[in-house]
Design a protein around this ligand. Structure first.
Ligand code: DSN
Length: 428
């Protein structure tokens, strides 16, 4: 007699693997009772998670819609085609490749499509807010290609476009990479396009952090002016963990070939379905309000922190994130972010421009408002968050952390919109 594994266990993770089920429940409670202030994180809707957790994960689909190496892909083709159409429509792009598993392979695919090993590329330095995949020497991008970098001005802590132009003219890069992970100011993509045009370079914009703001009309879009645009889908865009590459029509074939078969094998069609759901949600007028509220909340948080005596990199923010210079108060970013976590506020330590501390300590804390805005919070709650941050940084005692953690959990439990699904139960 054949006994079905699923029949004997009723298919439920709580019966099959209580250990993992218990850990998932613990993480659900952590998410419900703390505030997510990491600017690259967000809370996905129940609909996104239903697509991501579906049995689409069972299917191999190497290739592209109607050009697959496996049979049985009629439904999968419709899903991927819908995702492509939605990505193109939302951002006004000629072409979309929705298969990249994450931001790093998306950027690598673009380099693979457009460069030869050893080519010169100009990107923002990691120390000034760029990304590992923009040429850091510890990343494959910095080892395969000859990256040179631009940064921010020492006084304004903003990108100095004259300096970008000067470096570009001196280095004659084949590709310029614009985009950042820790830059609190609007990026002038039109200016980057002019610079690329001036020196005959291609322009890649990595808009991972601000894709949701761009979809909402809360930041200038790079799509009309860049050759290629990459973004992750799980940050301000509020989708599943993954990435998308947009490009002009003339780069489409090279990009597609670089993703598959160049870099990846079978696409994650369950994730592609979840990306499609997120793109549909982002096309809803309510998402425009969301994107503008993310920025309004970041500005309110920044203003409240400044009024409490904190120094912010560049003095404030135009987007979804800000950087507090806690080195100015005599503590490291590591100690500061640990103090915030003890009080239920989850952020990350981050280098600030011209930092003298090593990255594992850093002098900054990076804060973002995409998550708390998804929870439904507004400027009033941001003032409360700033007061908690100030208190946790100045009084790092266990007693203060316990007091703040209780207040944070009470507020956090009041903000759990029904689009996220049922709020996780309290611990017994
Ligand atoms: N390093 C991630 C962040 O900004 O948090 C992006 O890859």
């Amino acid at each position: 007699m054949v006994i079905s594994f699923f029949a004997t266990n009723a298919g439920d993770i709580r019966a099959i693997d209580p250990e993992i089920a218990g850990l998932i429940a613990a993480e659900e409670r952590r998410q419900a009772e703390t505030l997510m202030l990491i600017p690259s994180e967000n809370y996905t809707s129940l609909a996104v998670r239903q697509a991501q957790g579906s049995l689409l994960t069972n299917k191999y689909a190497e290739g592209y819609p109607r050009r697959r190496y496996y049979n049985g892909n009629a439904v999968i083709d419709s899903i991927e085609a819908l995702c492509i159409t939605r990505a193109k429509m939302l951002f006004g792009a000629d072409h979309a490749n929705v298969q990249p598993h994450a931001g790093a392979p998306a950027n690598l695919a673009v380099y693979f499509a457009m460069l030869k090993p050893g080519d010169t590329v100009l990107g923002m330095s990691l120390a000034d807010g760029g990304h590992l995949t923009h040429g850091s020497p510890v990343n494959v991008s910095g080892q395969l290609y000859r990256f040179v970098s631009y940064g921010v001005d020492r006084v304004t802590e903003r990108i100095d476009y004259e300096e970008v132009l000067r470096v570009a003219r001196a280095e004659r890069p084949r590709l310029i990479v614009a985009g950042a992970t820790a830059y609190p100011r609007a990026i002038d993509f039109g200016r980057f396009a002019q610079i690329a045009h001036d020196v005959g370079a291609l322009l890649l914009v990595d808009m991972a952090h601000i894709a949701g703001l761009i979809a909402a009309g809360a930041h200038e879009s790079p799509v009309p002016t860049a050759d290629v645009v990459t973004f992750t889908t799980h940050k301000t865009l509020r989708g599943p963990r993954g990435a998308i590459i947009l490009s002009r029509a003339d780069h489409a074939r090279a990009i597609d070939r670089a993703v598959f078969p160049g870099l990846q094998g079978g696409p994650f069609e369950h994730t592609i379905a979840a990306k499609a759901v997120a793109l549909k949600e982002a096309a809803d007028p309510a998402f425009q309000e969301y994107g503008h509220q993310v920025v309004a909340n970041a500005r309110a948080l920044a203003a409240a922190l400044v009024s409490l005596g904190h120094r912010l990199v560049s003095g404030g923010t135009d987007n979804h994130l800000l950087l507090i210079d806690v080195g100015a108060m005599g503590i490291t970013g590591r100690d500061g972010s640990n103090a915030l976590e003890a009080g239920g506020l989850v952020a990350n330590k981050n280098a600030i421009p011209f930092d003298t501390r090593p990255p594992a300590e850093a002098s900054g804390i990076r804060l973002g408002t995409p998550g708390v805005t998804t929870r439904g919070m507004g400027e009033g709650e941001m003032v409360r968050v700033a007061v908690w941050i100030d208190s946790l940084l100045r009084d790092r005692s266990p007693e203060n952390a316990t007091r703040v953690r209780g207040e944070v959990a009470d507020l956090a439990r009041q903000f759990w919109p029904e689009t996220l699904g049922p709020i996780p139960a309290r611990a017994r």
